[in-house]
Design a protein around this ligand. Structure first.
Ligand SMILES: Nc1ncnc2c1ncn2[C@@H]1O[C@H](COP(=O)(O)OP(=O)(O)O)[C@@H](O)[C@H]1O
Ligand SMILES: [Mg+2]
Length: 311
């Protein structure tokens, strides 16, 4: 039995017991038509508090950050969490991957960072009940240079996001670099999720990311921690994937999520339909893995919350 075989079953977690196929189909009828209502759960009552923030970060491109941000956000929504995805990458793949057309974007993450636009005035509702996105725009590609001379340049995003709002989680999709935009995400967030592609150079550059996290923790955001490391694009037919996974687990120990995301063509097709893989084809192994991941993330969250209450 390979590491992947266990992924196909649903996560045996109490909160996810409602993740039967019928329940998902009921919550997301007919592939989530625009009119579908948010799930009726206790947390969909409008309550405003400062949301928990998770940033999906790795300075490497193409490792699965955006795919993870979109599908983790969707997985959390499916159990009734209200989630805001902040697209911090000028390429805007998280926005288009959620069906937001570039031509329709009026306010973007850029305006939230520079224009004193309230995040609630910039967000766009998506087809996924409970999920909104603050879209990226091309202006964001100039943000790096503009931030250099901006006042409180490291805290811009933090000040915009750390306010009471009717969301349980904010997921930030970071750009593929360790620039001032990513620094803003690290300063704003509670925790980071680090996707690692199961390929030969997976660990390359990671020590730089870990050092950056330590530095940000010391200087700007004492509570910052790594929520978990996620193995992505695992190919069970390729020995290298298994070797990389073993190395990463040796290096990061328990920080590595048990859930592994398999390489799955359905996952890569979904964005061209403007849908999360979980919605596009809930039964495909990639979608199932992301459902598991959402369960594992919530489990870790409960543990982390327990620890911070005890401290
Ligand atoms: N599990 C997967 N299986 C197959 N293709 C994937 C998977 N995860 C991501 N991809 C594809 O790999 C490419 C890079 O993923 P993406 O999430 O955009 O990475 P990043 O945001 O780190 O640049 C995209 O084309 C995406 O569709
Ligand atoms: Mg991306």
């Amino acid at each position: 039995m390979g590491a992947i075989s266990g992924i196909v079953a649903f996560v045996p977690d109490k909160q996810f017991s409602q993740w039967s196929e019928t329940a998902i189909m009921t919550q997301y009828p007919a592939r989530y038509p625009l009119t579908s209502k948010p799930p009726r759960t206790s947390s969909s009552v409008t309550v405003s508090r400062i949301p928990r923030i998770l940033a999906v970060a790795n300075q490497k491109g193409g490792v699965g950050k955006t795919t993870t941000a979109i599908n983790l956000a969707t997985g959390l929504c499916a159990v009734g969490k209200r989630v805001l995805l902040v697209d911090l990458d000028p390429q805007g793949n998280a926005s288009t991957g959620l069906g937001v057309r570039r031509s329709t974007i009026q306010k973007s993450t850029y305006d939230v960072i520079f224009g004193d636009v309230n995040v609630l005035d910039a967000l766009v509702k998506t087809k996924v009940p409970g999920l909104s996105v603050v879209p990226s725009s091309v202006h964001l590609s100039g943000a790096e240079i503009e931030l250099v001379t901006a006042k409180r340049r490291e805290y811009r995003l933090r000040e915009a996001l750390r306010n009471p709002m009717p969301y349980d989680y904010i997921i930030i999709d970071c750009p593929p670099s360790l620039n001032l935009l990513t620094l803003n995400a690290l300063v704003a967030t509670d925790s980071i999720v680090v996707p690692l592609q199961c390929e030969f150079y997976a660990l390359e550059g990671l020590s730089h990311l870990v050092k950056t996290v330590e530095r940000v923790k010391k200087t700007y955001n004492p509570r910052l921690n790594i929520h978990g490391v996620l193995l992505t694009m695992y190919d069970k037919r390729n020995n290298l994937s298994g070797m990389v996974a073993r190395d990463v687990r040796k290096f990061f120990g328990d920080k590595v999520y048990k859930t592994v995301i398999p390489r799955n063509v359905r996952v890569s097709e979904a964005p061209s339909y403007g849908l999360p893989a979980i919605v596009y084809d809930m039964r495909c192994p990639g979608a199932q893995a992301y459902i598991h991941l959402a369960g594992e993330v919530l489990k870790r969250e409960r543990k982390l919350m327990g620890q911070s209450r005890a401290a």
